[in-house]
Design a binder for this molecule. Structure first.
Ligand SMILES: Cc1cc2nc3c(=O)[nH]c(=O)nc-3n(C[C@H](O)[C@H](O)[C@H](O)COP(=O)(O)O)c2cc1C
Length: 407
C-alpha cells in the first residue's frame, strides 16, 4: 500500500504570532498547515496572548506553545537557539507594525524577535494592521528593508477591518497563506518573465477642480501585480489614481489620464512576456480642459465635447512580436457574449470578464472571473482577489509557458 505524500510533508514551520486582532485566525492557520503535512510550532508575543489562546494552538499542533524567553522548563526542553535552528520557515502571521519595526531594526527583546535574529529559516511575513499604520512611511520603509534582506511579504488584503473601516490591512486568509507556502514547487513559475499590469481608473479632467472617472478601485490589478511578483516575475504596474499603496517589490508608475497611461504602457511594452490590462480606462476625454473653474451657465445646460481616447489594449494587441495580451471586460449584462466579441474585436489572446452588475466587482474584496479565449470559457469562482489573481496567473502560466499549475 502506498501512502499519499502531503504537500507540506517534511516542512518545519515556526509560526510566530504577534499582537493583532487577526491572531484569532491563527488556530485555523496552524490547523491547515498541519493538515498539509507540516510540523508546526507556535510562538506568541506577549500582546498576542490577548488575542488567541495558547491552549487552542497547542490542541491543533500537538506541541506546547511558547511565549516567553524566560520559561525555564521550555528552555530546558528545547532552547530558543535550538528552536531557531529547528525551523526551515519562520512565518509571522499576523505581523504587527511593531514587530515589523523590531525585525527591521534587529531588536530582540522578546522570544519571537530573538528567534527571528537567531534563525537561518526563510522569513515569511503576513502583515495585518489598520490602513493608516500600513501606509505609514515607517512601516513601508521597514517592509522594504526586510524584503531587501530576503523576507517574503504576503501583502495584506483590502476589506472590512476590525476597526470598522474598509481599507487595506486585513491579514491574508489562512487558506491563501497555506497555498503560498505549500505552492513552493510552483512558486517560481514566472521567474524570468516580464509582466506589465494596468490597474485602477483613469481620470479625465474637465477643469482644475472637476473630472470624469469611474468606480475602479485598482484592487484586482494590484492583486495581479502582487501575485505575479510572488511567482517570481519582474512586474511593472501602471496605475491610475487609487487609494492603494505601491506594492512592495513591484515597479509602480502612477498616472492620471488615459493618455498618460497609454504613454507609460508604450514605454514599458517592449520585451514583456504578457500584459494584463485590468485598468478601467476612460473611453473618452474632454476635448478642451478648461484652465480655470467653469462657472454655472445662465441657461441651465453645459455641453462638454468628448473625444475618444486611444485604445490601449487594441494598440498592444496590434504590436508585432508581442507577448500575450489579456484584456478585461466589465459588463452589466451578457457578460460572456460581450467578452467573446471583445476578444475578436481587439485581437487579444484572452479576455478576463467580470460582472459589475448590482455593485459586484468594483471596490469589492472578492471577485469572480471568466477567462475567455480561443480555447473556450474557464470559470474562476468567487474568492478573494489575491487568491483569484494567483489562480488566474497559474492558469495562464501553464497555458502559455507550460509551467506546472498551482493547486
Ligand atoms: C484591540 C487591538 C487590536 C490591535 N490590532 C493590531 C493590528 O491588527 N495590527 C497591529 O500592527 N497592531 C495592532 N494592535 C497594536 C499592537 O497590539 C501593539 O502595537 C503591540 O505593541 C504589538 O506588540 P507585538 O508586536 O509584540 O505583538 C492592536 C491593539 C489592540 C488593543
Amino acid at each position: 500500500m502506498t501512502t499519499q505524500r502531503l504537500p507540506m510533508q517534511g516542512q518545519r514551520i515556526l509560526l510566530g504570532i504577534s499582537g493583532g486582532i487577526a491572531a484569532y485566525k491563527t488556530v485555523d492557520l496552524a490547523r491547515k498547515l498541519v493538515q498539509e503535512g507540516a510540523q508546526v510550532r507556535c510562538v506568541l508575543t506577549e500582546s498576542a496572548t490577548h488575542f488567541v489562546s495558547a491552549t487552542a494552538l497547542q490542541a491543533v499542533t500537538g506541541v506546547a506553545v511558547r511565549h516567553s524567553l524566560w520559561d525555564e522548563g521550555a528552555e530546558a526542553a528545547m532552547s530558543h537557539i535550538e528552536l531557531a535552528r529547528w525551523a526551515d520557515t519562520l512565518l509571522i502571521a499576523p505581523a504587527t507594525a511593531n514587530t515589523l519595526a523590531k525585525l527591521a531594526q534587529g531588536i530582540a527583546d522578546d522570544l519571537l524577535t530573538t528567534l527571528a535574529l537567531a534563525t537561518r529559516a526563510n522569513l515569511v511575513l503576513a502583515p495585518a494592521m489598520n490602513g493608516d499604520m500600513w501606509r505609514h512611511p515607517a512601516t513601508q520603509a521597514n517592509l522594504a528593508l526586510l524584503q531587501q534582506r530576503g523576507a517574503r511579504v504576503l501583502d495584506p488584503d483590502s476589506g472590512c477591518l476590525a476597526c470598522g473601516e474598509v481599507d487595506v490591512g486585513r491579514m491574508q486568509e489562512p487558506q491563501v497563506i497555506v497555498d503560498r507556502l505549500s505552492g513552493s514547487r510552483s512558486e517560481q513559475m514566472l521567474v524570468g518573465k516580464r509582466v506589465l499590469i494596468t490597474a485602477g481608473p483613469t481620470v479625465e479632467d474637465i477643469d482644475p477642480v472637476r473630472f470624469i472617472a469611474n468606480r475602479s478601485s485598482g484592487k484586482m490589478g494590484y492583486a495581479f501585480a502582487q501575485a505575479a511578483r510572488d511567482l517570481g516575475a519582474d512586474v511593472v504596474l501602471v496605475s491610475g489614481p487609487t487609494a492603494l499603496p505601491d506594492p512592495v517589490g513591484v515597479t509602480t508608475i502612477r498616472v492620471r489620464s488615459a493618455l498618460q497611461m497609454f504613454e507609460a504602457v508604450q514605454t514599458h511594452f517592449v520585451g514583456i512576456d504578457f500584459m494584463i490590462a485590468a485598468a478601467a480606462v476612460a473611453d473618452y476625454r474632454v476635448e478642451q480642459v478648461a484652465s480655470s473653474k467653469l462657472k454655472k451657465q445662465g441657461d441651465g445646460v453645459l455641453t462638454l465635447t468628448l473625444m475618444q481616447n486611444p485604445d490601449i489594449v487594441a494598440w498592444a494587441a496590434a504590436q508585432p512580436n508581442r507577448g500575450k495580451v489579456i484584456a478585461f471586460a466589465a459588463e452589466t449584462e451578457n457578460l460572456i457574449a460581450h467578452a467573446q466579441e471583445k476578444l475578436q474585436r481587439k485581437g487579444v489572446d484572452a479576455v478576463l470578464a467580470n460582472s459589475v452588475a448590482d455593485g459586484a466587482a468594483f471596490d469589492q474584496a472578492q471577485n469572480q472571473l471568466f477567462l475567455i479565449s480561443a480555447d473556450g470559457v474557464h470559470e474562476f469562482p468567487l474568492t478573494h482577489k489575491s487568491q483569484l489573481a494567483q489562480q488566474v496567473l497559474a492558469h495562464l502560466a501553464s497555458t502559455y509557458f507550460n509551467c506546472g499549475c498551482l493547486r
